[in-house]
Design a protein around this ligand. Structure first.
Ligand code: KG4
Ligand code: ZN
Length: 340
Protein backbone atom coordinates (compact mmCIF):
# COMPACT_ATOMS: atom_id res chain seq x y z
CA UNK A 1 0.00 0.00 0.00
CA UNK A 2 2.74 2.44 0.90
CA UNK A 3 3.98 2.44 -2.70
CA UNK A 4 0.66 4.08 -3.61
CA UNK A 5 0.32 7.81 -3.34
CA UNK A 6 -2.97 8.42 -1.60
CA UNK A 7 -3.80 12.01 -0.73
CA UNK A 8 -6.98 12.60 1.25
CA UNK A 9 -8.44 16.00 2.09
CA UNK A 10 -10.30 15.95 5.42
CA UNK A 11 -12.90 18.59 6.30
CA UNK A 12 -14.33 19.11 9.79
CA UNK A 13 -17.12 21.55 10.68
CA UNK A 14 -19.22 19.83 13.34
CA UNK A 15 -19.07 22.51 16.04
CA UNK A 16 -17.16 25.78 16.25
CA UNK A 17 -13.89 24.92 14.49
CA UNK A 18 -13.56 25.06 10.72
CA UNK A 19 -10.74 22.67 9.85
CA UNK A 20 -9.09 21.07 6.84
CA UNK A 21 -6.16 18.69 6.56
CA UNK A 22 -4.30 16.73 3.91
CA UNK A 23 -2.93 13.30 4.69
CA UNK A 24 -0.49 11.44 2.43
CA UNK A 25 -0.82 7.72 3.09
CA UNK A 26 -0.85 7.75 6.92
CA UNK A 27 1.13 10.94 7.45
CA UNK A 28 -0.30 14.43 7.95
CA UNK A 29 0.99 17.06 5.51
CA UNK A 30 -1.16 19.92 6.79
CA UNK A 31 -3.62 20.50 9.62
CA UNK A 32 -5.35 23.87 9.53
CA UNK A 33 -7.91 24.99 12.11
CA UNK A 34 -9.81 28.28 12.23
CA UNK A 35 -11.27 28.55 15.73
CA UNK A 36 -14.24 30.84 16.09
CA UNK A 37 -13.49 33.45 18.74
CA UNK A 38 -16.97 34.99 18.45
CA UNK A 39 -18.46 32.46 20.92
CA UNK A 40 -16.24 33.60 23.80
CA UNK A 41 -18.43 36.69 24.26
CA UNK A 42 -21.46 34.47 24.76
CA UNK A 43 -19.89 31.94 27.15
CA UNK A 44 -20.70 29.04 24.83
CA UNK A 45 -21.19 28.07 21.20
CA UNK A 46 -24.03 29.91 19.43
CA UNK A 47 -25.17 27.59 16.58
CA UNK A 48 -26.36 30.34 14.23
CA UNK A 49 -23.08 32.24 14.50
CA UNK A 50 -21.12 29.01 14.10
CA UNK A 51 -22.67 28.14 10.73
CA UNK A 52 -22.15 31.65 9.44
CA UNK A 53 -18.49 31.59 10.48
CA UNK A 54 -18.01 28.18 8.84
CA UNK A 55 -19.32 29.62 5.59
CA UNK A 56 -16.79 32.43 5.80
CA UNK A 57 -13.89 30.19 6.79
CA UNK A 58 -14.27 27.07 4.74
CA UNK A 59 -12.79 28.20 1.42
CA UNK A 60 -9.68 29.88 2.89
CA UNK A 61 -9.12 26.99 5.32
CA UNK A 62 -9.32 24.31 2.63
CA UNK A 63 -7.18 26.40 0.31
CA UNK A 64 -4.52 26.79 3.01
CA UNK A 65 -4.54 23.08 3.86
CA UNK A 66 -3.87 22.14 0.23
CA UNK A 67 -1.23 24.84 -0.15
CA UNK A 68 0.58 23.88 3.05
CA UNK A 69 0.57 20.24 1.95
CA UNK A 70 2.52 21.33 -1.12
CA UNK A 71 0.21 19.61 -3.58
CA UNK A 72 -2.34 20.73 -6.12
CA UNK A 73 -6.01 19.91 -5.70
CA UNK A 74 -5.82 17.70 -8.77
CA UNK A 75 -3.57 15.29 -6.85
CA UNK A 76 -6.26 14.59 -4.24
CA UNK A 77 -7.47 10.97 -4.23
CA UNK A 78 -10.68 11.64 -2.24
CA UNK A 79 -12.49 14.15 -0.02
CA UNK A 80 -13.51 13.09 3.50
CA UNK A 81 -15.89 15.14 5.63
CA UNK A 82 -17.64 14.99 9.00
CA UNK A 83 -21.19 13.68 8.54
CA UNK A 84 -22.01 13.95 12.27
CA UNK A 85 -22.62 14.08 15.16
CA UNK A 86 -22.67 17.83 15.73
CA UNK A 87 -24.64 21.00 15.12
CA UNK A 88 -26.82 20.61 12.02
CA UNK A 89 -26.13 24.06 10.54
CA UNK A 90 -22.38 23.61 11.04
CA UNK A 91 -22.32 20.10 9.59
CA UNK A 92 -24.23 21.22 6.51
CA UNK A 93 -21.51 23.68 5.53
CA UNK A 94 -18.76 21.01 5.48
CA UNK A 95 -21.02 18.40 3.93
CA UNK A 96 -22.16 20.49 1.00
CA UNK A 97 -18.68 21.87 0.40
CA UNK A 98 -17.16 18.36 0.36
CA UNK A 99 -19.88 17.11 -1.98
CA UNK A 100 -19.31 19.90 -4.50
CA UNK A 101 -15.55 19.47 -4.36
CA UNK A 102 -15.74 15.72 -4.95
CA UNK A 103 -18.19 16.31 -7.81
CA UNK A 104 -16.06 19.02 -9.36
CA UNK A 105 -12.79 17.09 -9.09
CA UNK A 106 -14.44 13.76 -9.99
CA UNK A 107 -12.93 12.00 -6.96
CA UNK A 108 -14.60 9.80 -4.34
CA UNK A 109 -16.45 11.25 -1.37
CA UNK A 110 -16.02 9.68 2.10
CA UNK A 111 -18.32 10.35 5.06
CA UNK A 112 -16.77 10.25 8.52
CA UNK A 113 -18.22 9.89 11.99
CA UNK A 114 -16.67 12.60 14.18
CA UNK A 115 -16.46 10.29 17.21
CA UNK A 116 -14.64 7.63 15.21
CA UNK A 117 -12.32 10.43 14.14
CA UNK A 118 -11.39 11.27 17.74
CA UNK A 119 -10.57 7.60 18.30
CA UNK A 120 -8.80 6.81 15.04
CA UNK A 121 -6.62 9.94 15.38
CA UNK A 122 -4.34 7.53 17.26
CA UNK A 123 -3.54 5.87 13.92
CA UNK A 124 -1.95 8.94 12.34
CA UNK A 125 1.74 8.18 11.67
CA UNK A 126 3.59 10.48 14.03
CA UNK A 127 7.14 10.07 15.31
CA UNK A 128 7.24 9.39 19.04
CA UNK A 129 3.58 8.32 19.28
CA UNK A 130 2.64 4.64 19.51
CA UNK A 131 -0.58 3.29 18.06
CA UNK A 132 -2.80 1.35 20.44
CA UNK A 133 -3.14 -2.38 19.67
CA UNK A 134 -6.64 -3.92 19.29
CA UNK A 135 -8.63 -4.35 21.38
CA UNK A 136 -8.35 -1.12 23.35
CA UNK A 137 -10.61 1.22 25.30
CA UNK A 138 -11.00 4.77 24.03
CA UNK A 139 -12.18 7.52 26.34
CA UNK A 140 -13.31 10.60 24.42
CA UNK A 141 -13.59 13.64 26.64
CA UNK A 142 -14.39 17.12 25.35
CA UNK A 143 -16.88 19.98 25.51
CA UNK A 144 -19.32 17.96 23.45
CA UNK A 145 -18.61 14.35 24.34
CA UNK A 146 -17.85 11.92 27.13
CA UNK A 147 -17.70 8.29 26.04
CA UNK A 148 -15.89 5.06 26.72
CA UNK A 149 -15.69 2.96 23.58
CA UNK A 150 -14.48 -0.60 23.16
CA UNK A 151 -12.46 -0.71 19.94
CA UNK A 152 -11.90 -4.17 18.41
CA UNK A 153 -10.86 -2.96 14.98
CA UNK A 154 -10.82 0.30 12.99
CA UNK A 155 -14.51 0.10 12.24
CA UNK A 156 -15.61 -2.36 14.90
CA UNK A 157 -16.39 -0.16 17.91
CA UNK A 158 -19.01 -0.21 20.62
CA UNK A 159 -19.93 2.57 23.05
CA UNK A 160 -19.89 0.93 26.49
CA UNK A 161 -20.41 4.10 28.53
CA UNK A 162 -21.40 7.71 27.98
CA UNK A 163 -22.72 10.77 29.73
CA UNK A 164 -26.43 10.91 30.45
CA UNK A 165 -26.34 14.73 30.65
CA UNK A 166 -23.42 17.20 30.41
CA UNK A 167 -20.08 16.38 28.81
CA UNK A 168 -17.00 16.59 31.03
CA UNK A 169 -15.74 19.73 29.22
CA UNK A 170 -19.12 21.33 29.91
CA UNK A 171 -18.65 20.53 33.59
CA UNK A 172 -15.38 22.48 33.44
CA UNK A 173 -16.86 25.35 31.43
CA UNK A 174 -20.05 25.70 33.48
CA UNK A 175 -18.15 25.53 36.78
CA UNK A 176 -15.81 28.17 35.41
CA UNK A 177 -18.76 30.40 34.56
CA UNK A 178 -20.04 30.12 38.15
CA UNK A 179 -16.57 31.13 39.34
CA UNK A 180 -16.49 34.10 36.97
CA UNK A 181 -13.82 32.65 34.66
CA UNK A 182 -13.77 33.15 30.87
CA UNK A 183 -14.93 30.62 28.26
CA UNK A 184 -13.74 27.95 27.78
CA UNK A 185 -12.71 27.60 31.42
CA UNK A 186 -11.06 24.16 31.31
CA UNK A 187 -7.48 25.36 30.73
CA UNK A 188 -7.64 27.99 33.50
CA UNK A 189 -9.22 25.64 36.03
CA UNK A 190 -6.45 23.16 35.18
CA UNK A 191 -3.74 25.79 35.67
CA UNK A 192 -5.15 26.98 38.98
CA UNK A 193 -5.79 23.42 40.14
CA UNK A 194 -2.06 22.79 40.07
CA UNK A 195 -1.57 25.60 42.60
CA UNK A 196 -4.37 24.63 44.97
CA UNK A 197 -5.27 21.96 47.51
CA UNK A 198 -7.48 19.28 45.89
CA UNK A 199 -8.86 18.13 49.23
CA UNK A 200 -9.82 21.57 50.56
CA UNK A 201 -13.48 21.32 49.49
CA UNK A 202 -15.44 18.14 48.99
CA UNK A 203 -17.95 17.64 46.19
CA UNK A 204 -19.80 14.36 46.08
CA UNK A 205 -19.44 12.15 43.03
CA UNK A 206 -22.70 11.25 41.26
CA UNK A 207 -23.99 7.72 41.60
CA UNK A 208 -24.52 6.44 38.08
CA UNK A 209 -24.76 2.74 37.36
CA UNK A 210 -22.35 0.92 35.10
CA UNK A 211 -20.07 2.84 32.80
CA UNK A 212 -22.28 5.88 32.22
CA UNK A 213 -21.39 9.34 33.47
CA UNK A 214 -23.31 12.30 34.85
CA UNK A 215 -21.88 15.78 35.33
CA UNK A 216 -24.88 18.06 35.70
CA UNK A 217 -25.22 17.43 39.47
CA UNK A 218 -21.66 18.56 40.05
CA UNK A 219 -22.33 21.92 38.42
CA UNK A 220 -25.39 22.43 40.67
CA UNK A 221 -23.41 21.40 43.75
CA UNK A 222 -20.75 23.95 42.89
CA UNK A 223 -23.37 26.65 42.31
CA UNK A 224 -24.99 26.07 45.73
CA UNK A 225 -21.60 25.86 47.40
CA UNK A 226 -20.50 29.19 45.92
CA UNK A 227 -23.83 30.87 46.75
CA UNK A 228 -23.67 29.63 50.35
CA UNK A 229 -20.05 30.63 50.91
CA UNK A 230 -20.31 34.06 49.28
CA UNK A 231 -23.27 34.89 51.49
CA UNK A 232 -20.95 34.54 54.49
CA UNK A 233 -17.93 36.07 52.73
CA UNK A 234 -18.43 38.05 49.49
CA UNK A 235 -14.75 37.56 48.62
CA UNK A 236 -14.84 33.81 49.13
CA UNK A 237 -14.27 32.82 45.48
CA UNK A 238 -11.45 35.29 45.00
CA UNK A 239 -9.71 34.21 48.21
CA UNK A 240 -10.00 30.47 47.54
CA UNK A 241 -10.02 30.24 43.76
CA UNK A 242 -7.05 27.88 43.39
CA UNK A 243 -8.34 25.51 46.08
CA UNK A 244 -11.84 25.52 44.56
CA UNK A 245 -10.40 24.74 41.12
CA UNK A 246 -8.18 21.99 42.55
CA UNK A 247 -11.16 20.46 44.38
CA UNK A 248 -13.35 20.54 41.26
CA UNK A 249 -10.59 18.99 39.16
CA UNK A 250 -9.97 16.32 41.80
CA UNK A 251 -13.66 15.36 41.74
CA UNK A 252 -13.86 15.25 37.94
CA UNK A 253 -10.69 13.17 37.54
CA UNK A 254 -11.96 10.84 40.25
CA UNK A 255 -15.18 10.26 38.29
CA UNK A 256 -13.29 9.54 35.03
CA UNK A 257 -10.74 7.22 36.63
CA UNK A 258 -13.40 5.28 38.60
CA UNK A 259 -15.23 4.51 35.35
CA UNK A 260 -12.04 3.55 33.55
CA UNK A 261 -11.17 1.17 36.38
CA UNK A 262 -14.60 -0.41 36.07
CA UNK A 263 -14.31 -0.61 32.26
CA UNK A 264 -10.94 -2.38 32.42
CA UNK A 265 -12.33 -4.76 35.01
CA UNK A 266 -15.43 -5.57 32.96
CA UNK A 267 -13.62 -6.00 29.63
CA UNK A 268 -10.21 -7.25 30.76
CA UNK A 269 -8.70 -4.67 28.35
CA UNK A 270 -5.87 -2.58 29.77
CA UNK A 271 -4.89 -0.50 26.75
CA UNK A 272 -6.45 2.92 27.19
CA UNK A 273 -6.43 5.68 24.56
CA UNK A 274 -7.84 9.14 25.19
CA UNK A 275 -8.95 11.95 22.92
CA UNK A 276 -10.92 15.21 22.95
CA UNK A 277 -9.96 18.64 24.29
CA UNK A 278 -10.09 17.62 27.97
CA UNK A 279 -7.27 15.12 27.37
CA UNK A 280 -4.97 18.16 27.53
CA UNK A 281 -5.75 18.25 31.24
CA UNK A 282 -2.69 17.80 33.45
CA UNK A 283 -4.67 15.94 36.12
CA UNK A 284 -6.08 13.32 33.76
CA UNK A 285 -2.68 12.81 32.16
CA UNK A 286 -1.06 12.25 35.53
CA UNK A 287 -3.83 9.94 36.72
CA UNK A 288 -3.47 7.83 33.56
CA UNK A 289 0.29 7.58 34.00
CA UNK A 290 -0.21 6.60 37.65
CA UNK A 291 -2.64 3.93 36.41
CA UNK A 292 0.19 2.36 34.43
CA UNK A 293 2.04 1.67 37.69
CA UNK A 294 -0.97 1.00 39.88
CA UNK A 295 -3.22 -1.02 37.59
CA UNK A 296 -0.93 -2.23 34.79
CA UNK A 297 -2.53 0.00 32.16
CA UNK A 298 -0.84 1.08 28.95
CA UNK A 299 -2.03 4.55 28.00
CA UNK A 300 -2.02 6.42 24.70
CA UNK A 301 -2.38 10.19 24.40
CA UNK A 302 -2.17 11.62 20.89
CA UNK A 303 -0.32 14.77 19.91
CA UNK A 304 -2.29 17.75 21.25
CA UNK A 305 -3.32 19.12 17.83
CA UNK A 306 -5.00 15.79 17.09
CA UNK A 307 -7.01 15.68 20.34
CA UNK A 308 -9.11 18.85 20.05
CA UNK A 309 -11.50 19.14 17.11
CA UNK A 310 -9.40 18.96 13.95
CA UNK A 311 -9.54 17.69 10.38
CA UNK A 312 -6.46 15.44 10.55
CA UNK A 313 -8.59 12.92 12.43
CA UNK A 314 -11.19 13.13 9.64
CA UNK A 315 -8.48 12.68 7.02
CA UNK A 316 -7.06 9.55 8.72
CA UNK A 317 -10.51 7.96 8.86
CA UNK A 318 -10.92 8.96 5.20
CA UNK A 319 -7.63 7.22 4.41
CA UNK A 320 -8.62 4.02 6.25
CA UNK A 321 -12.01 3.98 4.50
CA UNK A 322 -10.35 4.68 1.15
CA UNK A 323 -8.22 1.56 1.60
CA UNK A 324 -11.42 -0.41 2.17
CA UNK A 325 -13.17 1.20 -0.80
CA UNK A 326 -15.88 2.52 1.52
CA UNK A 327 -17.23 5.58 -0.29
CA UNK A 328 -20.35 7.76 0.04
CA UNK A 329 -22.82 8.74 -2.68
CA UNK A 330 -23.64 12.29 -3.72
CA UNK A 331 -26.99 11.99 -1.92
CA UNK A 332 -25.34 11.51 1.50
CA UNK A 333 -26.58 13.99 4.11
CA UNK A 334 -25.35 15.38 7.43
CA UNK A 335 -26.66 13.68 10.56
CA UNK A 336 -26.65 15.68 13.81
CA UNK A 337 -27.18 12.62 16.01
CA UNK A 338 -25.03 10.11 14.16
CA UNK A 339 -24.02 7.19 16.41
CA UNK A 340 -20.82 5.16 16.38
O1 KG4 B 1 -12.27 18.92 21.75
P1 KG4 B 1 -12.54 20.36 22.03
O2 KG4 B 1 -11.55 21.37 21.54
O3 KG4 B 1 -13.92 20.78 21.43
C1 KG4 B 1 -15.10 20.09 21.68
O4 KG4 B 1 -15.73 20.38 22.70
O5 KG4 B 1 -15.46 19.22 20.85
O6 KG4 B 1 -12.71 20.49 23.61
C2 KG4 B 1 -12.96 21.71 24.24
C3 KG4 B 1 -13.20 21.46 25.71
C4 KG4 B 1 -13.68 22.69 26.46
O7 KG4 B 1 -14.78 22.31 27.27
C5 KG4 B 1 -12.47 23.07 27.30
O8 KG4 B 1 -12.81 23.72 28.51
C6 KG4 B 1 -11.84 21.73 27.56
O9 KG4 B 1 -11.99 21.02 26.35
N1 KG4 B 1 -10.41 21.81 27.90
C7 KG4 B 1 -9.92 21.45 29.10
C8 KG4 B 1 -8.53 21.70 29.06
N2 KG4 B 1 -8.21 22.18 27.82
C9 KG4 B 1 -9.40 22.23 27.13
N3 KG4 B 1 -10.53 20.97 30.18
C10 KG4 B 1 -9.77 20.71 31.24
N4 KG4 B 1 -8.43 20.91 31.28
C11 KG4 B 1 -7.77 21.41 30.22
N5 KG4 B 1 -6.44 21.60 30.28
ZN1 ZN C 1 -15.05 16.60 19.03
Amino acid sequence: MSSQNIYILGIESSCDDTAASVIHNGRILSNVVASQKIHEEYGGVVPELASRAHQQNIIPVVHQAIKKAGISKNQLSAVAFTKGPGLMGSLLVGTSFAKSLSYGLKIPLIDVNHMQGHILAHFIDEDGFDKPPFPFLAMTISGGHTQIVRVDDYFDMKVIGETIDDAVGEAYDKSGKILGLGYPAGPEIDKRAQLGNPKEFKFTKPKVDGLNFSFSGLKTAILYFVQRETKANPNFVEEHLNDICASIQYTIIGILIDKLKLATKQTGIKHIAIGGGVSANSGIRKALKDGEQKFGWTTYIPKFEFTTDNAAMIAIVGYLKFLEGDFADQDVSASARLKI
